[in-house]
Design a protein around this ligand. Structure first.
Ligand SMILES: [Zn+2]
Length: 482
């Protein structure tokens, strides 16, 4: 059974969503090298014919029959890759769509998975995104975060017990959300009730692993994806990690000798910096692979908490609302604390390569929201580079933003590769991304739903994003006490 009925009905149908371009001028991209993201092969001198927001034909340029009246783009020397998906964003609150959406499209992020917001915001922005000419990428919509009561964030949806969990699933399914987001404070019985009811209703659930549930239990319960390479997940892979954490927590308990805290912390941090152990990690990764549990490590958001000076001075800060940029700057970790965190990030990222090798499906996601030094749109390219730094090949990183999202969404027949019959979402690059993943940022043009976004249009979108961000003011973090 298809688990994303609403997505398949609405997001990909050419008639129903903004990128639809039916009746528009045909488009021919000639003499392009198509990057086959399934095999890693390059097919030189191809022509891509696009009609009514779909790819109508691809093949050798000498065999192409270009319809009269088609707009032709000579793509000699360029590389075509499928449109990129950022599988973890929060684009539906505080008016951030006004500056996020243009950046997504300008940077070739033609699809995003919305990971939660206020219920009414999600409904509002879903409606906006579906209007013709909205300027939205394709968006798969989460329910609000189903969380304990009170929820960790003001935009969460409090679920106190099993009965409330069943009611929440029914409500969100009736409202037509593509999937349910689960979050950290969910009580055990509520979590398992969500899992059971979601299975009955045929709606997927994905998100964080609640504190009350182990990773193994969440995998067995059918959670579709695990978000973030956070400390709890990483600790399962660190040799001696759980015991060191217990000793550290015991040292901090009331009545424990004050001078025992620092040594316990030092030992824990030392283990985290030493990296994951293959033997420790294997049971978790094997279980994920066996159950088809996807993993969205969001390396970009973890990096942003302890940015290098170079990242903190990134010129893309011009796309960030000024008061938010000030919050990032004042909140960043510095000095030795930042360096330790950077070393832990680098060490923990090795878990992503282990997951890939174990057959776990990796999804590229950034957590673009108000999180520090996560840039909408271009941040997805940062994530691809970080995935390669973590040990993935450039092809595997590309797959995490193209083929894997298509498979995750059970829409591989409609997207994920540059091929006839697929939606016409793609990027034309000036250089080969398989030779250097950073070449995904060398964008010549983007095609979204059959519409060409050329250099001039990209520039207009980025100027728009900058202007909208300059006018925006962002509210303080909406975290709530327990
Ligand atoms: Zn998030």
């Amino acid at each position: 059974m298809k688990r994303f009925p609403a997505l398949l009905a609405l997001c990909l149908a050419t008639a129903a969503l903004a990128p639809a371009n039916a009746g528009a001028q045909d488009l021919a991209l000639t003499h392009v090298t198509i990057v086959d993201v399934e095999s890693g092969g390059l097919r030189a001198d191809q022509t891509v014919l696009i009609r009514d927001s779909r790819i109508a034909w691809t093949g050798p340029s000498r065999e192409a029959r270009i319809p009269s009246g088609a707009r032709t783009v000579d793509a000699t020397g360029r590389y075509a890759i499928p449109g990129l998906w950022d599988m973890h964003v929060h684009t539906s609150r505080e008016g951030r769509a006004a500056h996020f959406w243009p950046q997504f499209l300008a940077y070739g992020v033609t699809g995003v998975r919305e990971m939660g917001s206020y219920l009414d915001s999600l409904q509002y922005w879903r409606g906006r995104a579906r209007q013709p000419g909205s300027g939205a990428p394709r968006i798969v919509f989460s329910s609000p975060m189903l969380d304990g009561s009170p929820p960790a964030w003001r935009h969460g949806y409090g679920v106190a017990d099993s009965a409330a969990a069943v009611a929440a699933v029914d409500t969100m399914a009736a409202l037509g959300f593509d999937f349910l987001k689960v979050y950290a404070r969910l009580p055990r019985d509520a979590y398992f009730s969500i899992a059971r009811r979601a299975r009955e209703r045929g709606i997927p659930f994905a998100g964080h692993i609640p504190v009350s549930v182990t990773a193994m239990e969440a995998i067995d319960a059918g959670q579709r994806s695990i978000e973030h390479l956070n400390d709890d997940l990483y600790l399962l892979c660190v040799p001696g990690g759980a015991a060191l954490q217990q000793r550290y927590l015991a040292a901090r308990a009331p009545g424990a000798p004050a001078d025992s805290v620092q040594p316990a912390l030092d030992r824990l941090l030392g283990a985290l910096q030493a990296g994951p152990g293959a033997a420790e990690c294997a049971p978790l990764l094997r279980r994920m692979a066996a159950h088809g549990t996807w993993f969205t490590p969001t390396l970009t958001v973890h990096r942003g908490m302890s940015p290098t000076d170079e990242l903190a001075a990134d010129p893309r800060i011009r796309f960030v609302p000024p008061n938010l940029a000030r919050r990032w700057e004042s909140g960043r970790r510095r000095g030795e604390e930042a360096r330790i965190e950077q070393r832990i990030n680098a060490a923990s990222a090795r878990m992503v390569a282990m997951a890939q090798a174990a057959g776990v499906g990796i999804l590229a996601g950034t957590d673009a929201s108000d999180e520090a030094y996560v840039f909408a749109g271009s941040g997805l390219h940062d994530e691809l580079a970080l995935l390669v730094e973590a040990g993935l090949t450039p092809l595997q990183a590309l797959q995490a933003a193209t083929l894997n999202p298509a498979r995750y969404l059970e829409a591989a027949d409609s997207m994920g590769t540059v091929a006839a019959g697929k939606v016409a979402d793609l990027l034309l690059l000036d250089a080969d991304p398989l030779a250097d993943i950073r070449n995904t940022m060398r964008i010549f043009a983007v095609v979204h739903g059959g519409r060409l976004i050329d250099a001039a249009e990209r520039e207009r979108l980025l100027r728009l994003a900058q202007d909208e961000a300059a006018r925006a003011a962002v509210a303080p973090p909406a975290r709530q006490p327990e």
